[in-house]
Structures are given as structure tokens and as C-alpha cells.
Design a protein around this ligand. Structure first.
Ligand SMILES: Nc1ncnc2c1ncn2[C@@H]1O[C@H](COP(=O)(O)OP(=O)(O)OP(=O)(O)O)[C@@H](O)[C@H]1O
Length: 543
């Protein structure tokens, strides 16, 4: 828990010190692998309370009946239009609509809370019939080959279109990007000269670039200006004269532009925090606070999206968002069920090298993404695999932007079959054809695991996730094993019987990847016996 007032975030909201979630604790001065934080400042600014006023137009609030639900099962009617005041036919229709909504949500595993939640979309046609979606956007859906909305799109799009704030949690690869982009594009008119009207924050440059590309795809041919905040733009952009409707950025670059270049965000109508839990966790508090303050339009609609929503972030979101609707698809904090997951005991660091070679020789199914825990280890593994007959590349945050872009591009284009990566690309990246994710190093948390393996099994495709572990990791297996078991994959009972650990991040110091001094047994049938055997062997060799 942070021992100080953090009433800085989402201006005007004050937290009770007792309720401050530890997701806001900032690792002072620590440069987190996986992003561009050049300087994480530890000083958190207190923002003077500005009472937030919402001017949501009544016409935007709900379509059809003014029906709201305090939970999935308890329908209520908004005060101003009580059920009793409705005519008999209207009452019947109102109840029928409630039932239809509940059935549709149930069918798609959509769980909501918040009052007055708009009906989910039955299909994309609803966007035209209920919300008057402009024809060019509607045509784009067909062009992209999207026939049906995904569950998160079914519910989050109407929520945002109705002028409501939204915090949404849905599995990796389930179309969250379109769920927040589409309503924004529907609401903002192209060709406006009002300046920036939507801000999308992403934790990494790669994800910001990808989101910009997706957005540009949707508005292609229209006078919509979508900009990615590059380093150059942040430092030298002439923001006063620049045409820009939507800006996509990492928090650091946007904060820099606001502070140093007087970027005006006062007319912003939509603010999206994508991968919201990561944004909070990374120690972006100061930057996010600055952005939120700069987006001073009282009618702004803020949305939080992620595949993982820790209780602490959710509690915070509940406190800070205005009249927000919470949309959860499936089980909260769970892995995509399209991914076949397995744990492989590799004994030692060198055992992992044997195991990855074995995996490639036995079930070579490229493209494959391999995650390691640090830049150093990424380089070591690259050295080991680069000289084999595998087209392998590497990506981490110590590479230049051009090298990072090339690595992503070559992997996307199929020029490289294996991409060794740190967590810099573990969130949000949509490499369409990834068949297999290998966690060479155990992810530091269950959330990190969900996002890493979520690079495969996207948009309805199946995928495979293999996670290596050694004795060092055994104590930390349980949280990840819970995720695996919850998605219906097999986990040995002894792992499920391990004691539960409180939320601790696991990033142990590990032996060098290429240390060949230890012979180990590699097995995908982990047992306590071979764990102990290898531990004994390692001890003997080390003596
Ligand atoms: N309605 C749809 N029908 C078919 N494919 C879709 C639909 N909506 C989005 N997609 C595709 O699904 C893929 C995954 O979408 P997206 O990247 O938005 O997932 P996500 O939920 O944001 O994942 P993550 O949690 O990893 O960020 C993309 O390739 C996207 O084009």
C-alpha cells in the first residue's frame, strides 16, 4: 500500500488513504523493461479537487426505454420514467427487452454492472438501426471481414455510444480495440477543425503504433486525422497548426508534449486507457494525471480496457469514473480458452535450452514467440538460436526505434519465424498468425502470463502456450497454474496443491542461458520427484 494520498489521478477525486490500491506504488527511479519510461519520477502530484460535471446529452444516454439494471438480474427503470408510468403495452415490451438483453448477454458470457446499461448489439446492423452508424464505417466492417460483433464489442460499443464511461475486461484477442475505436469514430465527425477530440493511451510504442494503424484503416478515405505521437512529434510538432482529430500515444510522450509544448487537450471528448492495469502499474501515475488534467472538457468520456483487471484497479475505477458501466466478458482475469497450455519442467537454465530445441525439432509450428525476463537474457538466447537453421529475431527496449519496428514488421511479414522478446510486446500486440508462445522464463505474474500467451489464440484461432519452469520457479507456479486450470487445461495435482502466494512478482536472478555445466532431465510430466532429482544434480554439479 502506498502510504500517501493519491488524490491526483482523475482530477477532482479524492481517495481515502486506507483504500489506496497498491497498484499505484511506483518503483522509484526504476526503468521498467518493456517500455520507454526514460525517467520514472517518484513524486506524485496532488491535484486540487475539481468537481467533475458531466453534460451528457439526454438523447445520448439510452436508446429505447430508459431502462437500467443495477446488476445482471435486477432490472430497474430510471427515476424519471418509472415502470408504473408506462402503458400496459410499453410495460410488456420493456420486460421483454430486459429478457432479450439478459439472454443475449448470457449467450455471450457478458456480465455487466452499473445502472441503465444499454442493450447489447444483436449484430452489426444494430449500429445502423439503433445508432445511425454512418455508411462508410459500416462498410468498413464488411471490408475487414467482420461478420459478427465479438462479445466485448456487443456491449462496450452501445455503452460508449450512449455517452457512458466504461471499464471493460475481456480476453486477449477478443476485439477490444474495435470496441473502443468504433464508437469514437461514429461520434466524431470527420473534417472538424476543433483540434484533438480523442486521446488513446497505450503502455508501449509498438501498441500505440498498432492502434494508430487500426484506426487509420477504419477511416481510410475520410478526412479524419489520426496521429501517432512519435518522439519527433512530441519534441518538434507544431501542435497549434497541426490537423489532428485523434492522437494515440504512450503516456510519457503525451505528457512531454502537454508540459513542454503546450499541447491543448481541452476539447478532448474521449479518453481511452488501453491496457489500463499496465498503465497504472508501470509507474505512469504522474503522466496519466497530467493527461487527465489536460483533458479538461467536463463532458469527456473515459474508458478503461484490458484483459486483466485486478481488484485494486477495479476498485479505483469504481471510485473515479462517473456513472461507469463495468463490462466483463467470461471470467475476469482469465486466459483465452482457445489456447492449449502446458507447463514443462526443464530442471535448470541449460535444461531450458535443451527443451526449446526439442520443442522446435518435435513440433515446429512457426511463427513462434519466445518470452524471456530481461534484455540480457533475450540477447543470450538469440546468440544460442541465431546460428541454428531458424530465422530468428529479437526485440527489447534497448534497441533503436527502427530496429524495434523492423523486428515487428519482419515477424508480421513472416520473414522471421521466431521472435525472442521481453515483455515489451507482451501486451496488445496483434500478430495474426502466431501459433505458439513459449515462456522461456516464467512470467512474473498471472496477469503477465495471460497477456504473453494471449499473443496467440486470437480472433477465433487456436494457439499453443508452453511454459518452462525450473526449481527456482516452483514456489511461484501456483498462480499461473490456476489460470491454466481455469481454462480447462491439465495441471498436475501437486502444483495445484502448492501453497497460494500473495501477490508477489517473480523475477529471480537466473544462471546464464548458455551455461552448459549442468546436465538435466527435461520432462513435460513434472513431478515432485524429478524436481528434487534435478535439484540434487544441480547441487552436486555446483559443488
Ligand atoms: N468482430 C470481429 N470479427 C472478427 N475479427 C475481429 C473482430 N473484431 C476484431 N477482430 C480481429 O481480432 C483480432 C484481435 O483484436 P484486438 O487486437 O482488438 O484484441 P484485444 O482484445 O485488444 O487483445 P489484447 O488483449 O491482446 O490487446 C484483430 O486481428 C482484429 O482485427
Amino acid at each position: 500500500m502506498v502510504d500517501r494520498d493519491v488524490s491526483f489521478l482523475f482530477s477532482g477525486i479524492h481517495f481515502d488513504k486506507k483504500n489506496i490500491p497498491d497498484v499505484f506504488s511506483i518503483s522509484k527511479g526504476k526503468r521498467e523493461e518493456g517500455d520507454e519510461i526514460e525517467k520514472v519520477e517518484s513524486e506524485e502530484r496532488m491535484v486540487s479537487g475539481r468537481k467533475r460535471k458531466r453534460k451528457t446529452k439526454d438523447s445520448e444516454r439510452v436508446e429505447g426505454f430508459n431502462v437500467f439494471k443495477s446488476s445482471d438480474s435486477v432490472p430497474v427503470v430510471e427515476e424519471k420514467e418509472k415502470v408504473e408510468d408506462l402503458g400496459v403495452r410499453q410495460k410488456k415490451e420493456y420486460h421483454r427487452q430486459i429478457e432479450r438483453d439478459a439472454l443475449l448477454r448470457k449467450k455471450h458470457g457478458i456480465h455487466i454492472s452499473g445502472h441503465n446499461v444499454p442493450s447489447p448489439l444483436q449484430n452489426f446492423d444494430d449500429l445502423s438501426s439503433r445508432y445511425g452508424c454512418t455508411s462508410y464505417l459500416f462498410a468498413k466492417l464488411a471490408e475487414l471481414g467482420f461478420k459478427e460483433p465479438t462479445p466485448i464489442q456487443r456491449q462496450a460499443i452501445p455503452v460508449i455510444l450512449s455517452g457512458r464511461e466504461c471499464f471493460a475486461c475481456a480476453p486477449t484477442g477478443s476485439g477490444k480495440t474495435l470496441a473502443f475505436l468504433f464508437p469514437i469514430l461514429m461520434k466524431l465527425q470527420p473534417g472538424s477543425k476543433e483540434g484533438i477530440r480523442a486521446v488513446i493511451l497505450c503502455p508501449t510504442r509498438e501498441l500505440a503504433a498498432q492502434t494508430t494503424r487500426e484506426c487509420k484503416k477504419l477511416v481510410k478515405g475520410k478526412k479524419f486525422y489520426v496521429k501517432l505521437m512519435t518522439r519527433d512529434l512530441a519534441k518538434n510538432g507544431s501542435f497549434q497548426t497541426m490537423h489532428c482529430d485523434i492522437i494515440v500515444s504512450t503516456p510519457f510522450r503525451l505528457e512531454f508534449a502537454i508540459r513542454k509544448r503546450k499541447l491543448d487537450l481541452s476539447r478532448v471528448e474521449y479518453l481511452v486507457l488501453d491496457e489500463s492495469d499496465k498503465l497504472f502499474e508501470l509507474g505512469y501515475v504522474k503522466q496519466i494525471d497530467c493527461v487527465v488534467k489536460a483533458c479538461s472538457n467536463p463532458s469527456i468520456i473515459r474508458s478503461l480496457f484490458s484483459a486483466t483487471l485486478p481488484d485494486s484497479v477495479e476498485e479505483l475505477a469504481r471510485t473515479i469514473m462517473h456513472d461507469a458501466v463495468r463490462v466483463i466478458v467470461g471470467r475476469k482475469n482469465s486466459a483465452s480458452e482457445l489456447i492449449e497450455q502446458k507447463l514443462v519442467f526443464a530442471g535448470s537454465e541449460y535444461g531450458k535450452l535443451i527443451a526449446i530445441r526439442q520443442t522446435f525439432s518435435e513440433s515446429w509450428n512457426p511463427p513462434v514467440l519466445v518470452f524471456v525476463q530481461s534484455i540480457e537474457r533475450a540477447k543470450q538466447l538469440y546468440q544460442e538460436l541465431a546460428f541454428e537453421n531458424i530465422r530468428v529475431d529479437i526485440i527489447h527496449s534497448d534497441l533503436s526505434q527502427i530496429q524495434r519496428d523492423n523486428a515487428v514488421e519482419n515477424f508480421r511479414a513472416g520473414k522471421k519465424w521466431v521472435l525472442i522478446a521481453t515483455d515489451v510486446i507482451s501486451r496488445g500486440m496483434d500478430f495474426k498468425g502466431v501459433n505458439c508462445v513459449i515462456n522461456y522464463d516464467l512470467p512474473e505474474s498471472a496477469a503477465a502470463y495471460i497477456h504473453r500467451i494471449g499473443r496467440c489464440g486470437r480472433a477465433g484461432r487456436v494457439g499453443q502456450a508452453i511454459t518452462f519452469y525450473t526449481d527456482t520457479d516452483v514456489k511461484f507456479l501456483r498462480n499461473i497454474a490456476n489460470v491454466i486450470a481455469a481454462s480447462g487445461c491439465e495441471v498436475p495435482s501437486w502444483i495445484m496443491a502448492l501453497p497460494k502466494l500473495r501477490r508477489t512478482k517473480h523475477r529471480p536472478s537466473r544462471d546464464s542461458i548458455s551455461d552448459r555445466s549442468v546436465d538435466v532431465e527435461v520432462s513435460n510430466q513434472p513431478t515432485m520427484k524429478n524436481t528434487r532429482q534435478n535439484a540434487r544434480r544441480m547441487t552436486m554439479k555446483n559443488e
